[in-house]
Design a protein around this ligand. Sequence first.
Ligand SMILES: [Zn+2]
Length: 317
Amino acid sequence: MEKVIVYTHSDCLLKDNGPNHPERKERLGVVLEAIQGIEDIDIEIKSAPLAALENIALVHPQAHLSGVFSMIPTSGLVSVEQEPYADTFLCPSSKDAILRACGAGIAGAQSVMQGDSKRVFCAVRPPGHHAETTRVNGFCFVNNVAVTARYLQDTHQIKRVAIIDFDVHHGNGTQEIFYNDNSVLYGSIHEYPLFPGTGAETEIGLGNIFNAPISPGTNGVDFLKIFKSKVLANVDKFQPEVILLSAGFDAHRRDPLANINLESKDYFNITKEIVDIANRHCQGRIISFLEGGYDLAALAESVTEHLYGLQDSQPDQ
Ligand SMILES: [Zn+2]
């Protein structure tokens, strides 16, 4: 049984996207409530620090980040993207939420490298996997998982990082950032076609990008089969030293933004497969980041299953 460290911060609850927006603070609220309700897993909840700007600059140029922060309003909301995707907003408290979400990953990297725990879950928002080097996109401002990968390489001399993305949307940002860098493997399973439109199997980078597009209506059995053969088999060959997860839970059958039919318990099986690879190649080191997941009850259940998977034991039935 592995202890799971959860990094989170109340600042991440303050990020506001206005009424009727799917990426709302209640998402993190139900996730934290679910985590606090788990009694038979060894979980340590820790405060996510603010990310240092020089760490974010390993991925996003400082001028770009300053430009984004300069758009933060003193009241109300500002839309950062143009139509047809004008649904990514900055609010007065955005900066601290963005820096805490990224800081969770940095602190998580320090925790796994110091041996405090092999498993970290970053319960944060805003999410990150749509953020490209110099482009805010899809509710994402800073690519939390990408910054953590670069930080591990820059500060902890990690050579090979695998980023596995099982959010229902393709992580266009993460793919763009590492498209020409084969020290990082990016593997994604996602509904296709769907926002953001990228993620075809032909997008392979330097042979380090593995996309597994799946059709609307795919169930858990087929999802796991495709995930293992097209993503995890390649992660296994890559022999990563650390595994990072873009853990979105919007492939759940009850999610309003997509059309894949996973049940909550499928997230246990998905996670367990990843844990097996981590145990084989990287001393079990996994840092997982909350990305999407927009049905509150499904999200809470799915995160719970994910944590049982990370802890490497069966949930009580
Ligand atoms: Zn998503």
